[in-house]
Design a protein around this ligand. Sequence first.
Ligand SMILES: *Cc1c(COP(=O)(O)O)cnc(C)c1O
Length: 380
Amino acid sequence: MEFRTLAIHAGQGPDPAYGAVMTPVYQTSTFAFKGVNQPGPFDYSRSGNPTRKALENCLAALEGGANGYVFATGMAAEATFLSIYGPGDHIIVHDDLYGGTYRLLVSVVKEKGVDVQFVNLRDEAALIKAIRPNTKLIWIETPTNPLMNLIDIEAVAKVARARGVTTICDNTFLSPYFLRPLDYGVDVVMHSTTKYINGHSDVVGGALIVNDPALAEKIGFLQNAMGTCPGPQDCFLVLRGVKTLAIRMEEHNKNALAIAHWLEKHPKVAAVLHPGLESHPQHALAKKQLKGYGGTFSFRVKGGQEEAFRLLSSLKIFTLAESLGGVESLIEHPWTMTHISMPEEVRRSIGITGDLIRISVGIEDAKDLIADLEQAFRQV
Ligand SMILES: *Cc1c(COP(=O)(O)O)cnc(C)c1O
């Protein structure tokens, strides 16, 4: 079945109890046994819940995976997965990524004795050189947040596969509508469902999707053992949100491209970081590997932080807030907001500086969004 059909039907059928067309919120902690030693399909909601199962199956279908697992947050998905690794293991991570993932890797995973090494994964020779006999995992995020660098996931997965190294791709920015990492040989797809998958900025959630049965079993075990699952109400909301993922992504993509082109011509803008622009250094890779670019990108304001602050405080439709992927437009300043958990020198060395602004373009009318930016730029 095609993506739009799967988004609405995968994992969901009329409810067996009363035929409810929409999957009910099974707000229960426990389930009655049919008899002594005869559990039903669910016994306790940490181990499994029908509302959660519907969402897990739907997300697995959208990513083209065999198994899906959802979590209380994106970070809960990451923490659960990374608990597989311990002292003596070596993990390679792309050197520019979501600040929260960076913090988890450096302040939690590394502290445990896991050797975490940051490598520029756009450089295949550097990746091959970094792989050691104890390398267990390569962590990919594409496009990177907030610098919009792309990683050739097919190339990285090929190098990893040949050496028996597992790969995981954080696909939060594009959603399976624009990129399906499993199709390119990646082993695990991770999502913060908080963003595009839910799309309405009213839930935090995470997901892991896999094909490999051994990995699936491990993740399923950890989800139950660690208790990092979401509640049924949150699963219901994400399941409702995902039904419109395809049409939302089309609109996000269209609006973001229109704004990126407009910004590129603006005299007060120094640079626009958007993989759909011909000026993006990896535009060719973007066209080859991605079906679209999503709604989030960054740009640099001429001058510096003061000018960026002036712009941010003059907007009326864009809300100054962290997060992305909702129907409403958000704007933020990575240096002081989303990426503050990265040390200053690390931020500076990769190009997260005071002049950088990240924008999550919603699905409002692009004319209104551009008019808002135009009036705000007049204050700069
Ligand atoms: C938001 C985000 C996360 C973390 O997800 P939460 O739901 O906030 O815990 C991870 N990766 C990326 C790319 C994100 O944007």
